[in-house]
Write a protein that binds this ligand. Structure first.
Ligand code: AMP
Ligand code: MG
Length: 337
């Protein structure tokens, strides 16, 4: 069946191809994530990885869904924000495919794609989004025709903070899921946990957040002999509470009643639980998409490309350059929210 929109995600550590059908129904993506042996992600090495795996990954997608390239009717890609070299690989593949297949090209905003896949998967109408990923941490709401950032991190993303703390303990990327496991195991052995001796700075700065201080302080607890599981638990409690606090203020300020989680850190069960609790205490609802659509994935890019195309937007080659610093509120929301 013709009419499939392909989505290419390449903002950071993951290259992913996903797709939606002609009705905008999403299908799981094929992804490959770079996992450095040592240190953090190097943008050029990640870009080389994306270039190397692209062909095989795309073939797998076509095979899995029994498609030929003739079934593709549009190509969407992440235009930003993200790491320049990684974004350029995705954009180059997208331009090449669009030109070869003679189908429309749609460059989309990665952050907005997280919102739209979440709305589609959870059936929310007009949520406040708590977007918690590796590189980004933002609270976003739709106001006056755009998704506005009401609060965000002033330094590193929350996922980045968790990954860096984990790396210092010898835990490889991605550290977030391991911290979650260590915290859960420690909690199961400590029925009445106390923050006594495990205090960390609170990350809230007005409506914004900052995570580098909390990471340094957590490392200091380890250096002073605290148990790793206890510090993981305290780190989650403090950093998640800060995110939930500004999300709650955003709900209160905008009068909206739906909270939507997005980004890789939204896979975390404790964060989901804290959001459920906060929402239920203020007669609101909290929603989290399936985990495969929380982490970076090509399907959300395909979905937003499909929506934008339905609303008449295509990207000309002359406007197809990537933008590392693309802001959530730079994208005109021409579709119904
Ligand atoms: P993204 O940048 O949205 O693809 O998400 C990747 C980030 O999500 C990395 O920083 C991971 O450590 C983090 N992450 C993934 N799963 C979890 C989890 N269960 N708990 C906390 N962080 C997580
Ligand atoms: Mg993301």
């Amino acid at each position: 069946m013709p009419g499939w929109t392909i989505g290419i995600e390449s903002t950071a550590h993951t290259l992913s191809f996903g797709l939606v059908d002609s009705n905008g129904i999403p299908y799981p993506a094929f992804s490959d994530t770079v996992r450095p042996d040592q240190g953090g992600i190097h943008p050029r090495e990640a870009a080389d990885h994306h270039k190397d795996v692209a062909h095989t990954l795309f073939d797998k997608l076509l095979q899995e869904y029994n498609l030929s390239v003739r079934d593709i009717s549009a190509i969407a890609y992440s235009q930003g924000p993200g790491l320049g070299p990684c974004l350029r690989v995705g954009a180059a593949i997208a331009r090449g495919m669009s030109s070869m297949l003679d189908v429309p090209l749609i460059g989309v905003n990665h952050c907005v794609a997280h919102i739209e896949i979440g709305r589609q998967q959870c059936g929310c109408q007009d949520p406040v989004l708590l977007y918690v990923s590796g590189g980004n941490t933002q609270v976003i709401a739709h106001l006056d025709g755009k998704y506005r950032v009401l609060g965000e991190t002033l330094d590193i993303g929350i996922g980045n903070m968790l990954d860096k703390f984990a790396r210092n303990q010898g835990i490889p990327f991605p550290g977030g899921p391991v911290i979650e496991k260590l915290a859960r195991e420690w909690l199961s052995q400590n029925e009445n946990p106390s923050l006594n001796g495990l205090e960390l700075p609170f990350a809230v700065r007005g409506m914004d957040l900052a995570f580098s201080g909390i990471m340094t302080a957590a490392q200091r607890l380890i250096d002073n002999g605290a148990e790793l599981g206890a510090v993981c638990w305290s780190l989650q409690e403090h950093s998640f509470a800060a995110c939930v606090e500004i999300a709650e203020r955003a709900l209160s300020h905008t009068g909206k009643t739906e909270l939507l989680l997005g980004g890789g850190v939204a896979c975390n069960s404790r964060l989901r639980e804290m959001c459920d609790l906060m929402a239920s205490e203020r007669d609101s609802t909290s929603h989290a998409p399936p985990r495969m659509y929380c982490i970076d994935n090509g399907t959300m890019i395909a979905l937003l490309g499909h929506i934008e195309l339905e609303n008449g937007r295509v990207t000309q080659y002359s406007d197809s350059a990537i933008d590392q610093y693309l802001r959530t509120d730079q994208t005109e929301v021409s579709w119904a929210v």
